[in-house]
Design a protein. Sequence first.
Length: 167
Amino acid sequence: MFEGARDPELFKSIFEGTRVLRKPLRGIIAGYHILPYILVGPQEEQQQRSVEIRGKIRVSPRLVLAPGHHGQTYGELFRDPEVMDAALVARVFSFLYTSRHQVTLEHEDLKITRSDRDPEAEVHRALDELLRREVIDTGVILCPRVRFYPVSIDRFITEILEEEFRP
């Protein structure tokens, strides 16, 4: 997926350098739905120019993972009721990825465009557009390296989940 790059420190720095500037104003709901996003970052070869990626993350309904049909709990299975909950809940997040950022790409779930504006100006333009159109369900992400944008999407999903499961 990342054309040979396998450096965990690089991925960690991209994850930590990603700025989620705007999250959807509604949370993840119980059923299957979509989280739109606008991600902006510098072009690889010309850092003063930007790449904008507009996409959609598809979120599955909650999946409850239980250890058995007969009501056995994870605490019983692993003999540690303090650590394991009776059921684990999961979701599946999916989004399109392309490694070709040198082209303009347009698809129903993914649109990549290049701009002469610097990334900060481009992200402010996107924020203004959403505000003007009164769009409340779209996240805005400033990405340090667009080539590795799935890492920044992961940061976006992580921040949404942290809010969703906060007590």
